[in-house]
Every structure is written in C-alpha cells, then in structure tokens.
Design a protein around this ligand. Structure first.
Ligand SMILES: [Zn+2]
Length: 233
C-alpha cells in the first residue's frame, strides 16, 4: 500500500470520500485523473474501492482509514499498486545542510518527475550533478566539463572519512568497545546505535556499489529510444 497525499484528491463524494484523484498512472505513466467507484466499509475502520485511469482504464485499489464517525482520517489514503511518481530520497536533509540551492534543485527534479515532465527532469538532474560537483570540487576544477568533474571527484574527496571514526568506537576504550566488557548492561539505545552503525557501514561498502552496478547494467541494456521525427534504419 502506498500513501498518497490528501492534496491529490480533486473531487469528493457528498460523504467526503475521494471521487477523483490525480496521480501518475502506473499503467500509462502519464499524469492522469482517476475516478473512484462508490466506497464500501469494512470492519468499521476502513473503506475501500477501486478507481480507474481515465486515459488507459488501468484499475487501482484505493483504501481509506475512517474515524468513529465514518469521516476520513487525514492523510490515510492508500493505493495499490503505487502510483508512478517518486518520493524524495531518505537523508535529503543532509543535502539541504550541504547546500540549500542544491536541495531545491533536487526537489524540483522530483516534482518535475512527478508531473511526468521527463525532459525537464533530466535537464534538472544534470544541473543538480553540475552543482554537486561545483560544491564538492576545489575551485580550479569547477570549470571542467561535467564528465571530467565526475571523473576527478573520487580523487578530490576523502571517501574514507566516513569510515575513519568507526575503528575508534569499536576499540576496547572506545564508546562501543567499553560496553562489550559487560554484555548484560548494554541497553536498547546502545544496541540500536550499534545496529545503525553496522547498517550504515553495509550501506556504504556493500549496498551502494551493488545498486550502482545494477543501475549501470539496467542503463546498458535499456532500449535506445528512437528520435522523434528522425529517419529510421
Ligand atoms: Zn493510465
């Protein structure tokens, strides 16, 4: 189930339940209006219905939580399958901390994507990558073309820095190392922090390289789109 914001609802039935919802259709990948059939209550806690894309007819399941008075609970509208749009990445607050303008550019790219504006999305992403390189690279390299900037990035940024403090934490006199002396005294907060440390490390060392490799192979095997109006063959 995918939660969709109440602001996506464009029209409601007299009882307050959604009647028309604008979403990126998971079937035709365009921003489209969905029209809901009459809702049915289940167990006094949810109402459910089906809605269909007015462009391609694709059906989507719709579920809404209700309160004791049969009113919609705010922000509890769910669809299955998920609409075609994207949520912002987790950890976007760190991008905001690095650079407000870069975070806004990223936000624009996601918004354009969620409006099915594919070309402007791609141009904004390119602008984002250029801004990111300019922010992270030394001044003398900021005028290089983007591919050269990306090439030089791993040499100019200290990629080992996120890993450097971990050994100190785990050393016998480190914050975590000390705690292993008395396993029974380890509390929930320590266990949680340690688990999160391991997850971050796995993400950096294993998940990121794995997902980039998968993305590269998807890009390599994607069909090349025909240029509109161009000659074929
Ligand atoms: Zn559709």
């Amino acid at each position: 189930m995918h939660q969709i914001p109440d602001t996506s609802v464009q029209a409601r039935f007299a009882n307050g339940f959604a009647r028309a919802i604008e979403l990126i259709c998971p079937g035709c990948n365009t921003k489209a209006m969905f029209e809901a059939r009459p809702w049915q209550e289940h167990g006094g806690q949810v109402v459910a219905t089906e809605m269909t894309c007015t462009r391609c007819g694709r059906p989507v399941l719709l579920v809404q939580l209700i309160d004791d008075f049969n009113n919609c609970k705010p922000e509890t509208l769910f669809t299955y399958p998920a609409p075609g749009g994207r949520d912002c990445m987790t950890g976007v607050q760190h991008l905001q901390a690095l650079s407000g303008p870069l975070a806004r550019t990223y936000d624009s790219a996601v918004k354009l994507y969620n409006h099915a504006e594919w070309g402007p999305t791609a141009l904004t992403v390119r602008h984002l990558l250029e801004g990111l390189c300019a922010r992270l690279l030394p001044a003398e390299k900021r005028d290089l073309p983007l591919p050269r900037q990306l090439e030089t990035l791993p040499r100019d940024i200290d990629l080992t820095r996120p890993l450097q403090d971990i050994s100190h934490l785990m050393a016998p006199d480190g914050a975590f190392g000390r705690q292993f002396e008395d396993e029974a005294a380890i509390d929930k907060v320590t266990a949680e922090n340690l688990l999160e440390l391991a997850e971050q490390l796995i993400h950096y060392l294993v998940v990121l390289p794995g997902e980039l490799a998968e993305l590269k192979s998807r890009i390599a095997t994607a069909p090349v789109p025909l240029r509109r109006g161009g000659s074929v063959g």
